[in-house]
Design a protein around this ligand. Structure first.
Ligand SMILES: [Zn+2]
Length: 397
């Protein structure tokens, strides 16, 4: 399927180094972006579907790099079905598992831990809830595992490893397993801050610097923050990504935003929700944190969007998160919410409002055009201008 999006007002690339793209048109073919900028009229006419963006803002599909998936589109923590599809209506086209720790009765023996990660990885490889791409199967590092176990599941495709929920006496004991997971090509992640479940201890700056994971999960606290003095230390002494989460401490999110700019480390700041958890299902969590960073954290809206898209993609080595030819066709149209005080999406975000989502394309498929079921309505009228496919992509306004 070829899709053209025309009359785009602003194109935010998702790339910190070049946050805007000139032009008003994006063309996709199957699951890839073909053109971002401008296109000849005949190229647009040759598309199966043309979406009139009506001056709204195009951004890459949001990547939530901390979602507590289990199996299917179901969260046992909040007994809710269909939440991932709901997040797609908040502009999230990619979710990355924070480990399948919420699976009821999760095993702790080596065979069980490995089987859980492999099964989750393989279940979501071909299952897109609501059209969302889910990267699942994050192995929970436990004392029962050794380096060979990690090599075995890496061969099965598992590429995410999580420190923080294992039955270790101190968090320093994770270090050899984190190093082994890295050696097998995995992206390593680590719980940060006060304990989130009974029995686990606090993980702070000393632990993170000893462990050196790729990502400090919810660096702002999940939900309880580590000491303020540790933020500057891990930024200056470490090189890990700094993941700020909606379901955490807002004051330390803003502290981290300030320090990462001060130390020229904005490229390490990434956005996620850390949901569903005790804080609930939050379909608009990514949009809230983008808005908090821009309206309170002194980060330009286009940079806050990059932290939620291209920076997440770079840290997790994903082929999405940036609007550029050849990248995955994951595109969201956003706008100032209807009835607000601002004229466009970026001004609304800067104002602290939630951007309204007017269309979502993921994996090159149009998921809806018109009205998100979760955000306010857009100010402008995003619509299907022409359509040669026997399907109705419009959602009721
Ligand atoms: Zn979490």
């Amino acid at each position: 399927m070829r899709v053209a999006i025309v009359n785009i007002g602003t194109t935010v690339s998702g790339d910190l180094a070049a946050p805007f793209v000139k032009g008003d048109t994006i063309i996709t073919e199957d699951d890839r972006i073909v053109t971002v900028g401008s296109a000849a009229a005949r190229e647009v006419e040759a598309c199966d579907v043309v979406i009139d963006a009506d001056g709204t803002t195009a951004i890459p599909g949001l990547i939530d790099s901390h979602v507590h998936v289990t199996f299917g589109d179901f969260t046992p923590r909040q007994n809710t079905v269909g939440y991932l599809e709901s997040y797609l209506h908040g502009g999230v086209t990619t979710a990355i598992s924070a480990s399948e720790v919420h699976v009821p009765g999760r095993p702790r023996d080596a065979d069980g831990v490995k089987a859980l990660a492999v099964a989750a990885h393989k279940c979501f490889a071909h299952y897109r809830p609501g059209g969302m791409k889910v990267h699942a199967g994050s192995v929970i590092l436990e004392p029962t595992l050794n380096g060979n176990d990690l090599g075995e599941i890496a061969k099965q495709g598992v590429w995410l490893a999580k420190a923080g929920f294992g039955a270790f006496k101190t968090a320093f004991e994770y270090a050899p397993l984190v190093a082994a997971a890295r050696a097998h090509g995995m992206i390593t992640t680590c719980h940060t801050g006060g304990s989130s479940i009974p029995g686990s201890g606090a993980i702070t700056g000393d632990h993170l610097l000893a462990m050196r994971p790729h990502v400090s999960f919810h660096v702002n606290g999940g939900p309880t923050a580590m000491p303020d003095r540790d933020f500057e230390r891990i930024i200056v002494e470490g090189d890990m990504a700094l993941q700020v989460c909606t379901a955490g401490n807002l004051r330390t999110t803003l502290l981290c935003a300030r320090l990462s700019q001060q130390h020229n480390a904005l490229d390490r700041l990434i956005v996620a929700t850390d949901t569903p958890t005790g804080s609930g299902v939050m379909p608009l969590g990514m949009l809230y944190t983008i808005s908090h960073l821009a309206s309170l954290g002194g980060i330009a809206p286009e940079f806050a969007i990059a932290a939620a898209t291209g920076s997440n993609a770079r840290v997790y080595r994903l082929d999405t998160g940036v609007l550029a030819a050849g990248k995955a066709a994951d595109i969201v149209l956003i706008d100032a919410p209807d009835g607000g005080t601002q004229d466009d999406a970026l001004a609304a975000i800067q104002n602290g409002d939630i951007a309204a989502v007017g269309a979502v394309i993921s994996g090159g498929e149009i998921r809806f055009v018109g009205r998100s079921r979760n955000t306010p309505a857009t100010t402008r009228n995003v619509r299907v201008a022409s359509n040669r496919i026997m399907r109705d992509f419009s959602s009721a306004r």
